[in-house]
Design a protein around this ligand. Sequence first.
Ligand code: MG
Length: 341
Amino acid sequence: MNIREEIEEIESKFLHPRACKNSDSEGRLKYEEKEDIRPPFQRDRDRIIHSKSFRRLKHKTQVFISPTGDHYRTRLTHTLEVSQIGRTIAMALKLNESLTEAIALGHDIGHTPFGHFGEAVLNELSEIGFKHYLHSLRVIDKLENNGKGLNLTLEVRDGIVKHSKGFGDIFKKSNMSKTLEGQIIRYSDIVAYVNHDLDDAIRAGMIKSEEIPPHLIKILGDSKRERINTMVRDLIFTTKKHDYDYIRMSEDIYSATIELRDFLIKRVYREEEHSAEKSKIFKILKELYEYLLENPKEYVEEFPEEDSLEKRVMDFIAGMTDRYALNLYKKLFLPEPWAKI
Ligand code: MG
């Protein structure tokens, strides 16, 4: 028996019957031999961490554009918080931790520069449209690894594409991930962002702590730590109580969480959306898009060959970090100051 088989045997003894075990995996898009050390979901997690798209998350906006303050979240730190929360829940429920982690680390890998503004602009620019969760799948299936894709397992792909819920209902059963591990990430994403975006909004002076509705503080807690703790514990115990039919929150905590998110929509997300920055971002991305359609040679990669130039230009822009987009704009459209003295 090799090391991977030993790990898989431990899993079958330790994990809950509803867990998605490595040995349950339906495999990859393209067949690959299993290796002798790491089980498949662990390999997927490692492939995501070693990818270039993952590293670029460090300079992509979460909410505040290209933050220079060291403590504001970026897409990368958001991703790590989602992963940490998800792994805590998975371990407590005896579900598959490495599957949960792989889905978490890949869930936002298709995000554009400038956060959801960037996504909205790309969606408006072309008839092809743009959705970050579909693009995440395109990144891992086609664009990464010099156009060969990462060839991840079907379970990790399913969790990534179904994590997104927009500002709608988290419980929408029709669009739930087929694994409980994928469902954990759908919740961990919102648990992470409502708490860290609130923290960042307070840091930025957009919200004062005393403005958080008092009944939400009463139900969820008086600090970020307490609120995450309340939500995570509730997810664990409510799921257990309902015998793992799917990942759930109790009604009280669920409605308080949604109310906190609505408070952020009103006070932070919509505010940011109406800010003067949005029209600047629109201008930058639109001009880059038009320039690259006219002059693709130097920048736009030729894979995947079967796709239109429009699609490949979108891929290239979606892959940019905030600072890359700003620098390229500067290089293409602004005069170089004379630096000789
Ligand atoms: Mg996310």
